[in-house]
Design a binder for this molecule. Structure first.
Ligand code: PMP
Length: 424
């Protein structure tokens, strides 16, 4: 598949923008080659500047659960846009979207809107520190919560290991306030809580990890997370990716979680920049202007993003059958991938929850970041480019989730499996 126009656009962009991209994975560094410049989308498909069509499993990294250019979403955005893009004043759609969030998350009593998942997690953790008066945070290796300084920490092994910055520019003193544990290791978590529980403000986690590839939480791990509350530690479920995707009530509903704070993004904004954090009134009342924890935003709660989010959530709420369908198509894709890879004798583990899926090229099971890293990234590179050249746009890194939308059906699964057959 030729992409001369994308190649020219990429060369030009690199003269003006670091790596030619506004977010690093888009540059295809892990897999090499020229990223297609996407200029149009409809349903499950996207078109690049050269006119090539691809079946899209990236879906803008998760927001587009209804597929590209859903007519009802576009109509709502257009209608609101005609009356002005932003006012920096309260707008009626904010409380409407907040109510939709509260219907999805019955434990949430107050919601604050921001513009990105990064802002949501950063603000939720500031609030957790402000509320508890404690300074340490706990996160899990291979979980991603956006690019705020204190969350760009990976750390060495061991429950009590102090954080080390994994991005240049994060002062070590600051990174040390983030303690990093292995995901799905309940005993390490319990040991840390026993040793230092009283110093910890919050534990933030991805209820289903998408950012190390898909990792599924064990029941025991989820149980250990909830034990944190015995130490006065706030549990922050980062549902930026899983919210409204694993069910209308996200992973919280699906796994019966009881987080103190929830962060949302992606689907919440229906393809425009909106994210949120929310929780019990008593905690959320610490946020300005009610309380002493400061957080603000020029474009926060802007009418366009609120309209896209409301249209998207409205459609999902009216059609609960969509989640059963995502599950069914997801199961079909998973079974098909397993069948083809087994038949070709390729070691693999397919991790899937609902409409999030990753193929690891290693013998399973893959439950932790360490296990995920055993994947054969060279094989993944060939898998990725093979599919791309046959019109299937898979996420350009093995440590990411592929997503389905309601526009993905049996025909799309068949197209994917045929392409994979030919690649192998
Ligand atoms: N949390 C999770 C779980 C995410 O997946 C992401 C982004 N992929 C973020 C936070 C950060 O969101 P954003 O890119 O909107 O800042």
């Amino acid at each position: 598949m030729e992409r001369p126009v994308s190649a020219r656009l990429f060369a030009e962009a690199q003269r003006h923008i670091p790596g030619g991209v506004s977010s690093p994975v888009r540059a295809f560094k892990a897999v090499g080659g020229t990223p297609p410049f996407l200029v149009r989308g409809e349903g499950a498909y996207v078109w690049d500047a050269d006119g090539n069509r691809y079946l899209d499993y990236v879906l803008s990294w998760g927001p587009l659960i209804l597929g590209h250019a859903h007519p009802e979403v576009l109509a709502r955005v257009e209608e609101v846009a005609k009356r002005g893009l932003t006012f920096g004043a309260p707008h009626p759609l904010e409380a409407e979207l907040a109510q939709a969030v509260k219907r999805a998350y019955p434990g949430v009593e107050l919601v604050r809107f921001v513009n990105s998942g990064t802002e949501a997690t950063m603000s939720a953790l500031r609030l957790a520190r402000g509320y508890t008066g404690r300074k340490y945070l706990v996160k899990f290796r291979g979980n991603y919560h956006g690019h705020a300084d204190g969350l760009l920490v990976e750390a060495g092994s061991g429950a009590l290991t102090l954080g080390v910055p994994s991005s240049a520019g994060v002062p070590e003193e600051y990174a040390k306030l983030t303690l990093v544990l292995e995901y799905n290791d309940p005993e390490a978590l319990r040991a840390l809580l026993r040793a230092r529980g009283e110093e910890i403000a919050a534990i933030i986690f991805e209820p289903v990890v998408g950012n190390a590839g898909v990792l599924v939480p064990t029941e025991e791990f989820l149980k250990a997370l909830h034990e944190a509350r015995d130490y006065g530690v706030l549990l922050v479920a980062d549902e930026v990716m899983t919210g409204f995707r694993l069910g209308f009530g996200g992973a919280t509903e699906r796994f019966g979680l009881r987080p103190d704070l929830v962060t949302l993004g992606k689907i919440l904004g229906g393809g425009l920049p909106a994210a949120a954090y929310g929780g019990r009134r008593e905690i959320m009342e610490k946020v300005a202007p009610l309380g002493p924890v400061y957080q603000a935003g020029t474009l926060s709660g802007n009418p366009l993003a609120m309209a896209a989010g409301l249209a998207t959530l409205g459609i999902l709420e009216k059609n609960p059958g969509y989640y059963a369908r995502l599950e069914e198509v997801g199961a079909g894709l998973e079974a098909g991938l397993r069948e083809v890879l087994s038949r070709k004798g390729i070691p693999h583990a397919v991790n899937r929850v609902g409409s999030m899926l990753t193929v690891f090229f290693t013998e399973g099971p893959v439950r932790t970041f360490a296990e995920a890293r055993r994947t054969d990234t060279e094989l993944f590179r060939r898998f990725f480019h093979g599919l791309l050249d046959r019109g299937v746009y898979w996420p350009p890194s093995n440590f990411e989730a592929a997503f389905l939308s309601i526009a993905h059906g049996e025909a799309e699964v068949a197209l994917t499996l045929e392409a994979l057959e030919r690649v192998l």
